[in-house]
Ligand binder design. Sequence first.
Ligand code: CO8
Length: 256
Amino acid sequence: MSEVLLERPSPGVALIRLNRPEARNALSQSVREQLAAHFTVLSNAADVRCIVLTGGEEVFAAGADIRDMAERGAVEMLLRNTHRLWAAIAQCPKPVVAAVNGYALGGGCELAMHADIIVAGEGASFGQPEVRVGIMPGAGGTQRLTRAVGKFQAMHMLLTGLPVKAADALRMGLASEVVADDEVQARALALAELIASMPPLAVMQIKEVLLAGQDASLEAAMMLERKSFQLLFDSADQKEGMQAFLEKRKPVYVGA
Ligand code: CO8
């Protein structure tokens, strides 16, 4: 069976499931290639409005595959061009909800941080233990983590390699919600279904502007926001959404 499964649990929603339990869903080059391929296809699929990313009910992902890296040299790592595979996830225009049960460590934590919403189970834990195996994060652990939780929490996690429990992750801003372990998948799917029922152009503009604006000046980011706001007034879904409100009926969005 494939190490990365793609399912379509409900209309508008795609579910990507890591399926390498014997290696705690460690992200080998092959797994990353499969992830990138799925994200590339789903990014362009008009009938997909939200993506749930999960490792299943036991473990999210225990990081990059250490067996796959232990004997590699710098040039070999460079030639893998792994950043292009991560970019397929980072540049996905559709919202991504991570459903995290169990460990999200190293590259697994970085993978979760590529999502837009993180639903964590009470027993989940997040960590960047790379320092303990002689390296450092290479897919956003020093950058996305710091943007999410700030310098002092990020340094604490990165320099010690100590994981944080779900409740602390929530408090720090590294999770959106914490629910009972056996409710994680259902909750992530429910959120994805709700997002999939929203007007897709507005949803994609919100994601794009929020992410681009984080690294721009406030003035530039406000201009981006304004332009996207104005752009949406040319969409059929804006007319439908406002008309439906005025007519006290449920809107029907078409993504145009
Ligand atoms: N890589 C390869 N194999 C792994 C990994 C991993 N990251 N994690 C677990 N496994 C394997 C184990 O080797 C073991 O295999 P086997 O049965 O053949 O001996 C199997 O999974 C089960 O593991 P455990 O027996 O250790 O299971 P436990 O439930 O007792 O423990 C843990 C689970 C806590 C997750 C533990 O396995 C662990 O600490 N794993 C390593 C965590 C880690 O250090 N992660 C960071 C890796 S480095 C990294 O992610 C760099 C990211 C850079 C970005 C990518 C750019 C290329």
